[in-house]
Design a protein around this ligand. Structure first.
Ligand code: FES
Length: 154
């Protein structure tokens, strides 16, 4: 089955800790920015189909021994607004039974903007030179995406 690609918005309009709830191909989908990484989850709680992604974002606790616990996964756990079931937005797994109860997730990533930067769009002249041998004939540089777009695949 072919994936469908949906551009959501530029990364500079989607801050850490924010979420977007959008309709993609007839599905309501929540997209979350957790520490600069993007995650997409169906806005449909597996319990009784509440709009899960509208719930409060927080973390959860973990414990290795009685009476001691740590606050973990801050900003990564969404609590269903109807009955409080909690899900990790990175994986869709429930906090209480991660192997059996999951919310549907989708691939979300940042891709270069198509906003007219010829180099970022692969449109520069002479960039398709075939290299031979082990070493490139010119000095190379690290490249980072500065103007990215958040993209979700269903
Ligand atoms: S509908 Fe989400 S916990 Fe019940």
């Amino acid at each position: 089955m072919t994936e469908k690609r949906f551009e959501i918005c530029p990364t500079n309009e989607f801050d850490v800790g924010d979420r977007r709830i959008v309709t993609l191909d007839g599905f309501s989908v929540g997209i979350f920015n957790v520490d600069g990484e993007y995650y997409a989850m169906k806005n449909d709680c597996p319990h009784q189909r509440a709009p899960l992604c509208e719930g409060k974002l927080g973390g959860t606790t973990e414990s290795d021994s009685p009476g001691e616990y740590d606050w973990v996964r801050p900003g990564q756990v969404v609590r269903c607004p109807w009955h409080g079931w909690e899900f990790d937005v990175k994986t869709g797994e429930s906090v209480f039974n991660p192997h059996k109860v999951k919310a549907k997730t989708f691939e979300a990533r940042v891709e270069p903007s198509t906003g007219g930067n010829a180099a970022a769009d692969g449109g520069c002249e002479g960039c398709d030179v075939d290299l031979e041998g082990d070493e490139p004939p010119v000095e190379t540089y690290d490249v980072e995406v500065e103007r990215g777009t958040v993209v979700v695949y269903l």
